[in-house]
Design a protein around this ligand. Structure first.
Ligand SMILES: [Zn+2]
Length: 157
């Protein structure tokens, strides 16, 4: 499945700055288009907090130390059963960073599941495998993240 290349509409965007009064607010009229970043992604400007951000399709994949592509790559490596240390080696990203991304993904497991299936083109089976691998591989995950992963695939059609 190809990635959705729909024209980015400011009305579908929300400010990604957590300190902004309009953070997460869609259609509040505060967002305007603001050129493109070096990867060709649409950038937006928030008139409320006067800061720029890239297209926010999915908050888990944006506004972090890694790019969306890097986070998607981590997911794909997890699907192929590469552990944190293997990912550190392959991507040359420190294991603490990888580890915190994986934890963040697990905390938003349902959202991440939807994103990986609809936008990245992974199958439900692959995403299920990814979560069970994460559960086995990362024993120190918070209970809350575990629950989210359990819930992520249950009843998903
Ligand atoms: Zn803002």
């Amino acid at each position: 499945m190809a990635r959705n290349k729909s024209e980015a509409d400011p009305k579908d965007q929300f400010c990604s700055n957590p300190d902004c009064p309009d953070h997460g607010e869609k259609g509040a009229g505060n967002i305007v288009k603001y050129g493109h970043d070096k990867n060709g992604k649409q950038r937006f400007w928030c008139n409320t907090c006067e800061s720029a951000f890239v297209e926010t399709k999915n908050t888990v994949f944006y506004n972090r130390v890694l790019t969306e592509d890097q986070i998607i790559m981590i997911c794909k490596l997890l699907v192929e059963k590469n552990g944190i240390r293997a990912i550190e080696r392959i991507m040359e990203i420190h294991r603490d960073t990888v580890s915190s991304v994986v934890e963040d993904l697990a905390r938003h497991a349902r959202e991440v599941t939807d994103f990986l299936i609809s936008n990245v083109g992974l199958t439900k089976v692959e995403v299920d495998e990814m979560w069970s691998f994460v559960k086995k591989n990362k024993r120190k995950l918070p209970e809350e993240a575990r629950k989210q992963m359990d819930r992520a695939t249950v009843g998903y059609t």
